[in-house]
Design a protein around this ligand. Structure first.
Ligand code: HEM
Length: 165
């Protein structure tokens, strides 16, 4: 393996690690921690502390994803196997990633992030629920899952063009 190939391997590894830490941590919170804390008297305190600690993880993940994403981007678009569909999916992925970064920055600028129920605001129960699902942390996580899917599609598209010659 040449030094430049090793460099790309390192960037790919860090990129995946950062994505796992961010999206995996978010899924853990949503599917395990939050249900476990529901109804408990100290849930608010723990929620606040977990949010503070996880914010550091997310901030680091964003920087790593940006730097390594730029390296992978340059590596892919300068190869002969980045087709038009590849470019379209990559453009969509970057747009959603930027939206995720923006949502994190936007939440940080607000002093206290609203809870899942608070962020839904007034309205009919079904509408409130839909608003809650697509708000704040949940929306970032939904976008993260979609970005992971697009990343897998990118890998597949690249490989297809590689095997087709
Ligand atoms: C501006 C931000 C980003 C850029 C420019 C970027 C760019 C890229 C590129 C060019 C690839 C290579 C795709 C291929 O195999 O051909 C890639 C792979 C990947 N990206 Fe990103 N990405 C960004 C953000 C994200 C985010 C936010 C996530 C997750 C939440 C993510 C998760 C992944 C994963 C899991 C892979 C697959 C790595 C592998 O195949 O080893 N990326 N990214």
């Amino acid at each position: 393996m040449s030094p430049s190939e090793l460099f790309i391997l390192g960037a790919r590894w860090l990129h995946t690690l950062a994505a796992v830490a961010w999206v995996g941590g978010g899924l853990f919170y949503l599917l395990a921690l939050r249900p476990a804390l529901q109804g408990s008297s100290f849930s608010e305190n723990i929620n606040k502390r977990v949010a503070q600690e996880f914010r550091n993880v997310v901030d680091t993940a964003i920087w790593v994803l940006l730097v390594t994403g730029a390296i992978l981007f340059l590596n892919r678009v300068t190869s002969d196997h980045a087709t038009v569909p590849y470019g379209v999916v990559l453009g969509l992925k970057i747009a959603l990633a930027v939206w995720m970064f923006y949502l994190v920055g936007f939440r940080q600028r607000r002093s206290a992030a609203p809870s899942w129920e608070e962020s839904a605001g007034p309205g009919r129960p079904l509408l409130r629920r839909a608003k809650a699902v697509f708000s704040g942390t949940n929306l970032i996580l939904i976008l993260g899952v979609v970005v992971l899917l697009l990343s897998s599609i990118l890998g597949e598209l690249f490989e297809i063009d590689l095997t087709n010659g």
